[in-house]
Design a protein around this ligand. Structure first.
Ligand SMILES: [Zn+2]
Length: 354
């Protein structure tokens, strides 16, 4: 099945779905860097990328030539070399939000793993502050509402993730709204992060967790029952457990679904087998996101167009998914949420289809 793993791309966006006011709850900063920006940042910092300018785009984006999950992940980690820099950190956060705004996203939760981007002169706190400055600039420029989720990474020790949790909580009233655990998932690996998530919960941040992406539904159950996650990153493997599906439905746990990414990371082997329609029809809350929009050459509007074409979602349902996303957003201000709610409710397709 690996031969065409990466030769899948979301369709061009339906202009109506681009105009739909959208909530994007799951985008990684490290998978959002424009190729031209990466080149400029390398030039400005005198970093030798080892490739000519024309090779930067295929180094960052899926081309269809990739042969393994490692090839995909290498595209994301290729960006790390230019990101240990304050100006770069502000710029990539700003541009990620700018690109989301241009796609019609009105509420954006960007996430990133600060521990990868520290240096002797840039602490975890400095990285977070730089990202927040970039997001505030995007809010001022584009009118998009932006919040930040801090990602702990599974290759960091619990001692590191617990310190990170305290740092994230310190930014609670500055724009950090949630905490996540990302990185290569293994069945049963969440146990060692219980203390990390206890700190986050007591600190009052929202909790999401990459779980049930490639490992089984037990990780989803643990994230909900023991880590008190109210949202799950991906969770597509929940499909194999009726008990976990019931848990998600009864506790109204939202799955942050990223269909194209799920193909590129082999979480789902073919798009026709993606469970997004089954989740929706079983009243499990879902949102649709782009995960690594540059790496996977997608945007939320393209993912929604994919749902429309492949799974017969109609436009009212695609709007409903934005409403579900907003209700599960980690945004704290009630008045801001109400303004966003009114924008989504006011949208009406000019052409009724489906
Ligand atoms: Zn993700």
């Amino acid at each position: 099945m690996n031969e065409n793993l990466m030769a899948f791309f979301a369709p061009e966006a339906d202009p109506e779905l681009q105009a739909l006011p959208k909530c994007n709850l799951h985008t990684h900063l490290e998978g959002s860097i424009r190729p031209e920006t990466l080149w400029n940042l390398a030039q400005a910092q005198e970093i030798e990328l080892g490739i000519p300018v024309e090779a930067v785009r295929p180094a960052l984006e899926v081309t269809g030539e990739e042969r393994s999950l490692m090839d995909y992940l290498d595209k994301i980690s290729f960006t790390y070399q230019v990101l240990k820099n304050a100006e770069a950190q502000r710029r990539v956060a700003f541009e990620a939000a700018e690109d989301a705004a241009r796609d019609g996203v009105i509420y954006f939760e960007l996430r990133g793993g600060p521990t990868t981007h520290t240096s002797p002169t840039l602490s975890v706190e400095a990285v977070i502050e730089n990202w927040l400055q970039g997001l505030r600039q995007a809010e001022a420029t584009h009118g998009i509402v932006c919040r930040l989720i801090i990602c702990a990474l599974r290759w960091d020790s619990p001692a590191v993730t617990e310190r990170l949790a305290h740092s994230a909580v310190n930014f609670k009233n500055e724009g950090v709204v949630g905490f996540d655990l990302a990185g290569g998932e293994i069945a049963g690996d969440l146990v060692k992060y219980a203390e990390t998530f206890r700190i986050v919960r007591e600190g009052g941040l929202g909790i999401t967790c990459h779980a049930g992406e490639v490992a089984g539904p037990e990780n989803v159950r643990y994230a909900v029952e023991e880590l008190h996650a109210t949202r799950i990153g991906h969770g597509v493997q929940s499909l194999s457990s009726p008990e976990v599906l019931s848990l998600l439905r009864e506790q109204e746990i939202l799955l942050e679904i990223c269909p194209t990414s799920n193909i590129h990371t082999q979480a789902v082997n073919r798009i026709v087998n993606h469970p997004v329609r089954l989740f929706y029809d079983q009243d499990i809350p879902i949102s649709i996101a782009d995960d690594d929009p540059v790496t996977s050459r997608t945007r939320v509007s393209k993912e929604l167009t994919l749902l429309q074409q492949q799974f017969d979602f109609d436009r009212q349902q695609l709007r409903h998914i934005q409403q579900l996303g907003l209700e599960a957003a980690f945004l704290q201000e009630t008045s801001v949420r109400q303004t966003l709610r009114e924008k989504i409710d006011a949208w009406f397709p000019t052409v009724m289809t489906g």
